[in-house]
Write a protein that binds this ligand. Structure first.
Ligand code: SF4
Ligand code: SF4
Length: 373
């Protein structure tokens, strides 16, 4: 396993981090045995960074991670979790949450505590309700060790937040396709210049970089037999200042592949970097909508499964198979979750970290599959 030192701090995190927002679940209930086995296998193969949030998987992620990891000596792994209690304004209620999180994780302290999914609105909320004062107090009390934030908004907001506090680390969305969106490469570079350690989320762009247009993918396969996943993860791990990338693993095969990449990691050379650039340029030409599948826009009051519908637009461009797209749409329709149910209320748009005009794209989906309803 490759480990990265956090500049002058005595912290060394594994390049592969375990993202605990995608544990396998059935009917809304996490498959605890499966999740625990995966977490423990990751730990036993050198992964030492585990990322969760109180709100993940309807509150099941933190306790599952706590159960899995607390059998090991506490100083052999790092826990990251988040402040995501945007509905709370009462100081006593806010203070009670950190103790719940510690109990969930079966620990006395959290190594890395992030203000979750910061955006312009959440930054204002954070200031108005003095959230950072609570978090700083928790640090003084020894309940948390390091304060950071995760981010989903534009560059200007990113800089405002960055300049507001002496953040100890930062979690951003970064992969070879997302050079321009959110904080973009400019925001990334700012973190590097300030020696703020970077944790990367969505290194595979919600799985989209693991399988795409065959003609474009062949550009990689003509160079080597490495998988598309390998290229994407090697790219992100090769970027200066990136200490750890998170992967939301829920299958053994996925964990094994990631362990293989992280254990035998070799940074991309110049020729390989240029090839990734060529591939990303080619992909950008065919992508219709930049949905990562994060599901922050859900639930839709009309039951539309937004990411599943949006994916059809990109799938069609990438694979050009209308039959397949129509078949998947019919499955979505069987679940009463098809694009045609959208009433253009726009509730989802404000929740999308990628700022996608969701209803407009849902109209395109309907047109593509010819669902006039
Ligand atoms: S705009 Fe459409 S997809 Fe979005 S929440 Fe409203 S009904 Fe659902
Ligand atoms: S539409 Fe936006 S919020 Fe919804 S899944 Fe896609 S990227 Fe996430």
């Amino acid at each position: 396993m490759k480990y990265n030192k956090w500049y002058e701090k005595d912290i060394n995190t594994s390049i592969l981090g375990f993202g605990c927002m995608r544990f396998a679940a059935h009917d809304g209930k996490v498959d605890e045995d499966k999740a625990i086995k995966l977490v423990r296998k990751a730990y036993e193969n050198g992964v030492n960074y585990f990322d969760t949030a109180y709100v993940y998987l309807g509150g099941q992620s933190e306790p599952t991670l706590g159960k899995a990891i607390s059998i090991y000596p506490r100083d052999t792994y790092y826990l990251a979790t988040k402040y995501s209690f945007w509905n709370l304004t009462d100081p006593a209620e806010i203070d009670a949450m950190i103790d719940k999180q510690l109990a969930n994780l079966q620990t006395d302290y959290i190594d890395f505590y992030l203000i979750h999914a910061m955006s312009k609105d959440r930054f204002e909320h954070m200031k108005k309700y003095h959230i950072l004062d609570h978090v700083k107090k928790w640090k003084e009390q020894g309940k948390i060790k390091h304060i950071g934030f995760s981010f989903h908004d534009g560059y200007d907001t990113f800089m405002e937040i960055l300049n507001y506090f002496d953040w100890e680390f930062c979690q951003i969305q970064f992969n070879y396709m997302d050079y321009e969106i959110q904080q973009g490469v400019k925001g990334y570079q700012e973190l590097v210049n300030r020696h703020i350690p970077i944790i990367v989320m969505e290194p595979l762009k919600g799985g989209k970089l693991c399988g795409f247009n065959k003609n474009i993918a062949n550009m990689f396969y003509e160079y080597s037999s490495d998988s598309l996943t390998t290229w994407a993860l090697r790219w992100v791990a090769s970027q200066k200042g990136v200490m750890t990338f998170l992967s939301g693993m829920n299958e053994v095969a996925q964990l094994d592949e990631n362990l293989q990449i992280a254990s035998n990691f070799v940074p991309l050379n110049e020729e390989e970097t240029a090839l990734v650039k060529k591939v990303s340029d080619a992909l950008r030409k065919v992508e219709v909508v930049g949905c990562t599948g994060c599901r922050y826009c859900m639930p839709c009051p009309k039951g539309v499964d937004i990411p599943r519908n949006l994916r059809l637009l990109n799938d069609y461009e990438m694979y050009q198979s209308l039959g397949d797209v129509k078949w998947v749409y019919s499955m979505i329709k069987n679940n009463n979750a098809e694009a045609a149910r959208c009433v253009n209320c726009k509730t989802c748009v404000a929740k999308c970290p990628q700022h996608i005009q969701i209803p407009d794209y849902l109209v395109k989906v309907r047109e593509l599959v010819n669902d006039s309803k």
